[in-house]
Ligand binder design. Structure first.
Ligand code: NIG
Ligand code: FE
Length: 422
């Protein structure tokens, strides 16, 4: 057995203890312990409580001690929607949009997702791996300990597999946890522009079964929206995915209302993401279901759109709400979950506690990991982030400022701001 680690000095220890997922008022309960402490061994939490209670334990006396100096401790952020593996950037399109072109106009003229696809196809696996590893260090530096990552910038068999294999290598070697999602159905690739259904069939009948057999993905996602895939095409792909053991996720109702949210309910998807364009019936249906509504306010911010997803309506209707960055080069080039909390609070009127709940335990639930991560409870992994603030509300309050001071993944340090002495 390895040496235990006793962490004290948590002015607020937000445990997020209790049942998952959280709906309605339960999203406001962070289970805060003032002057809290944690005892960690072999990467897992073996005790959590007040400093007094934990220090009294016999196994605490022999443990290595670390005082976080009166800071705020949260479960590490679970970023449940990213497009981690890409090449290049789209700063040029960013400037074009500022000058008046829309995201969809740029996409129609061959830019957008397809411009990143061209770069990814031309980049070898080692270079993609190196870039993604660097991004993962940045995720850790902002308090994130688990990252869902989608393929989808390859759009042909070899390039999609190249991305998924990069993710498999990262799963083995990176210090953060990576959750791989197959998203061959991001948009129709140019080779299939005139026969999109042939591409859908290729995905459903060839690529998906192979990806599943090789264990290269846990989830399958489809961009079901105007200019991407129809509800019928998405149903076909996600039904095939489910048959091979990959749980569905859906990019839904971002650019236009197409019925994708209702499809998520019909298929018992793990998550429906974006949801800016939902109507009242969609909100009701999602709220009654077990589909996590993953809101991505970074997209609206970056695209300069006014209409954020109706987070208040989702929460008040009883839906399972999660928050994620949607880190990608086109619509949300930020991996900072603290900024996502700020946007959720200021632009979508979520309270800081609701936003933290959505970014931890509910996001873990959407990734089918609520038993292991997303809260600081006995037997769970010691994934936590320490913030240099006195109150958890300061985390979204200091928007765009990284207050993360220390990040632990499975009890191991993956980021420290300055030499913390751990
Ligand atoms: O989640 N909506 C589709 N996919 C991404 C955008 C990807 C891109 O523009 O490169 C999203 O917003
Ligand atoms: Fe996305």
């Amino acid at each position: 057995m390895s040496e235990a680690l006793l962490i004290t000095g948590c002015r607020q220890l937000a445990t997020l203890r209790g049942p998952a997922p959280r709906r309605g008022k339960a999203l406001r309960d962070l289970g805060i312990i003032n002057d809290g402490a944690l005892l960690i061994r072999d990467g897992k939490i073996i005790a959590v409580g007040t400093r007094r209670a934990i220090e009294r334990r016999k196994d605490s006396r022999r443990a290595k001690k670390f005082d976080v100096g009166g800071r705020v401790v949260l479960p590490g952020f679970v970023d449940s929607h990213t497009h981690l593996v890409f090449a290049g950037n789209r700063a040029e399109e960013y400037e074009q949009r500022i000058s008046g072109a829309t995201y969809e106009q740029i996409a129609k003229s061959g830019g957008g997702i397809l411009s990143t696809v061209r770069k990814v196809r031309a980049t070898d696996a080692d270079a993609l791996y190196a870039r993604a590893s660097k991004w993962l260090n940045d995720f850790a530096a902002h308090g994130t300990t688990t990252v869902e990552a989608k393929s989808g910038y390859g759009l042909d068999a070899s390039s999609e597999l190249k991305i998924l294999r990069v993710l498999a290598a990262l799963r083995k070697h990176a210090r953060l946890e990576i959750v791989p999602t197959f998203m061959g159905a991001h948009v129709v690739p140019p080779e299939f522009r005139k026969r999109p259904d042939a591409y859908v069939n290729l995905l459903a009948h060839k690529l998906l079964p192979y990806v599943a057999k090789e264990g290269l993905a846990e989830f399958c996602d489809v961009f079901c929206d105007r200019g991407a895939f129809t509800v019928e095409q998405a149903r076909l792909i996600l039904t095939a995915a489910r048959a091979c053991g990959l749980a569905p996720r859906i990019h839904a109702e971002q650019l236009a209302r197409t019925g994708a949210a209702q499809l998520a309910v019909e298929l018992h998807a793990a998550s429906a993401d974006h949801l800016e364009k939902v109507n009242a019936a969609d909100i009701r249906a999602l709220a009654k279901s077990d589909v996590t509504c993953t809101l991505l306010p970074g997209c609206c911010f970056h695209l300069g759109l006014e209409h954020y997803a109706p987070a208040r309506k989702f929460i008040d209707a009883g839906a399972i709400v999660a928050l994620a960055t949607d880190f990608n080069p086109g619509t949300s080039p930020s991996l900072n979950m603290q900024l996502v909390l700020s946007l959720a609070c200021t632009q979508m009127r979520m309270t800081p506690a609701e936003a933290i709940c959505a970014a931890t335990i509910n996001a873990a639930y959407s990734l089918r990991r609520a038993e292991r991560i997303g809260s600081l409870e006995v037997c769970k992994f010691a994934d936590l982030a320490v913030f240099d603030v006195e109150d958890f509300r300061e985390i979204p309050y200091y928007f765009g400022v990284n207050r993360c001071w220390l990040t632990l993944k499975n009890g191991k340090q993956v980021f420290e701001r300055s030499s913390t002495g751990l």
